[in-house]
Design a protein around this ligand. Structure first.
Ligand code: C5P
Length: 417
């Protein structure tokens, strides 16, 4: 069966619905793009599929054409509707989503190549681009792939990181394309603006380990990478919040919408304290994901000399930011604390919840495998003021963020009524 294109379908758009170019490159996850297409159509989007030649080895164009708003395209040449399909598609797109994005597609896009219709369309567009990579773990972890993605991110491309899960051939690991529903939700937000349960809410999030100076050269710090705080900022923005991130680290390239986030750079616990407290009256929520030093020291103004032998360092307690926030907050404001524990996790966490008076405490056992500092994944228990415990099993820090922010959203709604 051959598809007979309807006359000039894309050159004469009749509807005002957002136009989405759905790019599909040649990986096994291409079959999931069919489901994504259906979800995007259900949202009322005008969807134009563009398949690379390799994608058609996995899924036929007829399937895409049957579900899409216009016939699927695979080539720069021979389009019955327009002699220049790439500029037409690129200029009229409201969002371009590539799912799956293979290592090859990512490399060609990063290099500025335009050797097929999909890459040419990507170059011929100013629309937001969302890449949904899918590939084997070894490929995903290649420095070349990661560097290409970093290049694209720097240019403003959004990357929806793959999940850990079953891959082709029975392997399991990072590289599995995100589920179509999740991709469709993000496309929806890109097309309509970031709308969600946190729309209209202002959230301040802290991230990273603080650095306490010993002298002008040396610092005492901790192993917090800042990734959980950045993931929270990213997801809060996706859910519609206006986000301020007070951070000791700069992970901007590892995130997507974070360029939409106001980032305040700090170093020490005392700087973080002042920046956070001075903003309390402007926000609805503070999430203290940072690992704040409990002790600081009076820094020497000059570098301590090795020849003088091991220095004697005198520590003094830092101000507890969370406690100061809780003391000053209004009844409607929500304060979330984190507790990184290694022993007696449950008991310590309950003690901390009571002592700090936070609305939510996110507890993680940082001694467990894959949990907490320096990992991409986390496993937490969320405790609320009534001491109800909501365990969240091991998953990406982004997925953990959705769980935390869902609880925050529900507390804010309760506060409204
Ligand atoms: O008491 P502990 O340091 O374990 O509590 C951790 C929580 O308290 C985290 O949310 C952390 O950001 C916050 N904290 C703080 N000020 C400090 C130390 C920790 O707000 N000086």
């Amino acid at each position: 069966m051959t598809w007979t294109p309807s006359p000039m379908p894309s050159a004469t758009p009749s509807s005002s619905s957002p136009r989405i170019v759905l790019g599909v490159s040649g990986g096994i996850a291409a079959y999931k793009a069919v489901e994504l297409l259906r979800l995007l159509r259900d949202e009322g989007f005008f969807v134009s599929p563009v398949l690379t030649p390799d994608a058609t080895r996995f899924v036929g164009t007829v399937t895409f054409s049957a579900l899409a708003s216009e016939p699927a395209r695979t080539s720069l040449y021979g389009d019955p509707t327009t002699p220049i399909p790439h500029t037409y598609l690129g200029q009229h797109a409201d969002v371009i989503v590539v799912a799956p994005a293979t290592a090859h597609l990512i490399a060609r896009y990063a290099a500025g190549l335009a050797d097929d219709l999909l890459t040419a369309t990507l170059l011929a567009s100013r629309a937001p681009v969302l890449l949904c990579p899918a590939m084997h773990t070894e490929m995903w972890e290649q420095p070349s792939v990661q560097e290409n993605l970093a290049t694209l991110r720097r240019r403003g491309v959004l990357v929806l990181e793959p999940d850990v899960g079953a891959l082709a051939g029975g392997d399991v690991g990072p590289g599995r394309m995100r589920e179509p529903q999740e991709i469709a939700d993000l496309v929806k937000r890109l097309a309509h603006g970031f709308e969600g349960p946190l729309t209209g809410r202002r959230i301040l999030i802290t991230a990273g380990g603080t650095r306490e100076a010993i002298d002008p050269v040396r610092v005492i710090s901790n192993r917090s990478s800042g990734r959980q705080g950045y993931a929270l900022a990213e997801v809060a923005r996706r859910l519609g919040a206006t986000v301020t991130l007070v951070s000791t680290v700069n992970l901007a390239l590892a995130l997507d919408v974070v360029r939409d986030v106001d980032v305040v750079k700090v170093q020490s616990a005392s700087e973080m304290h002042d920046e956070v407290l001075s903003r309390l009256s402007d926000v609805d929520v503070v999430i203290m994901a940072a690992a704040v030093a409990d002790f600081t020291l009076r820094a020497s103004k000059v570098k301590l000399k090795k020849e003088q032998g091991p220095p004697e360092l005198r520590f003094e307690a830092t101000a507890d930011i969370v406690s100061d926030l809780v003391a000053k907050k209004s009844a409607r404001q929500v304060i979330v604390g984190f507790a990184a524990e290694t022993t007696n996790v449950e008991q310590n966490a309950l003690g901390k919840l009571r002592a700090k008076g936070v609305d939510l405490l996110v507890v993680n056992d940082v001694s467990a495998p894959g949990v907490g500092f320096e990992h991409g994944t986390n496993e937490v228990v969320i405790l609320d003021r009534d001491e109800h415990a909501y365990p969240v099993t091991l998953r990406s820090k982004e997925a953990i963020s959705y769980e935390i922010l869902a609880r925050v959203a529900s507390l804010l709604t309760q506060g409204d009524s």
